[in-house]
Design a protein. Structure first.
Length: 253
């Protein structure tokens, strides 16, 4: 097994279990403990985990949290409520854009009850789930595949979006600072902005854990969205800030 594949396997195990010992990892991947220590050192330096005595544990960080496997597991119940509420905004016959986010990806499953539909997406999970479904006209956006985000980005993706027009787009963000959405990757920001431009209406789907998080690149003010869907009531101060900024925030029940 290549070292890259083994380290990917280590991360998958940590995502599932939360922590693992060097002995267990060495046995699982049939390599020496020294090899596992080198793998863990490399992953720790990259910000993906934290080494502890005799093993490693999941390291919560902006870099690790951007990994789609981690995002799929975090705030799952809240994301499901948001996804159901988002699907409730769609009518049969419409054209829907879904971005690479784990919450937007959950919307895809609920859209099957609203066929016929056209779905435009760069999210490989959505592409895989909807491919071949009767009543779904699936437009898969091409581009450069990102394993980290499990989606497609770049010039080809953005050029395709510029030639398309949709009724509604469901987008996500890594962080909310003040009344602005942020993301840590500039290439992803460019694609999300292109999706907004291609849709008549756009909604931000964001769980409460994203508020007061930090990410490098400003995506767009929350007021630029038709609406913002979150999974729980905001505290009074944050609700006041949202109202003053012009952001239209709804809570998915």
């Amino acid at each position: 097994m290549k070292s890259e594949d083994r380290r990917d396997g280590i991360m998958q195990w940590l995502l599932a279990e939360g922590q693992a010992s060097v002995d267990d990892l060495a046995a699982r991947f049939a390599v020496s403990k020294m090899t596992i220590h080198r793998d863990l050192d490399e992953l720790e330096q990259s910000g993906f985990l934290r080494k502890v005595r005799g093993g490693a544990t999941v390291q919560s960080s902006a870099r690790f949290e951007s990994d789609y496997r981690y995002r799929q597991k975090m705030a799952a119940d809240e994301k499901e409520r948001i996804a159901r509420a988002a699907a409730g905004l769609v009518e049969p016959g419409q054209t829907v854009i879904l971005d690479d986010g784990s919450t937007a990806g959950r919307v895809g499953a609920h859209l099957l009850d609203l066929k016929p539909l056209t779905v435009i997406t760069n999210n490989l999970g959505v592409i895989t789930a909807l491919a071949g479904e009767a009543g779904v006209n699936l437009i898969a956006l091409g581009g450069q595949y990102s394993k980290k985000f499990n989606g497609f980005f770049g010039l080809v993706t953005d050029a395709a979006l510029a030639s398309l027009s949709a009724d509604i787009a469901f987008l996500t963000a890594s962080a909310i600072q003040g009344a602005t959405a942020f993301h840590q990757e500039q290439e992803v920001v460019v694609t999300k902005r292109a999706m907004m431009q291609s849709a008549e209406r756009s909604f931000l789907l964001v769980d409460r854990g994203k508020f007061d998080k930090r990410a490098l690149h400003a995506f767009t003010p929350l007021s630029a969205f038709t609406g913002v869907l979150t999974g729980g009531a905001l505290d009074p101060e944050r609700a006041r800030l949202m109202a003053e900024s012009g952001a239209r925030v709804s809570v998915a029940r």
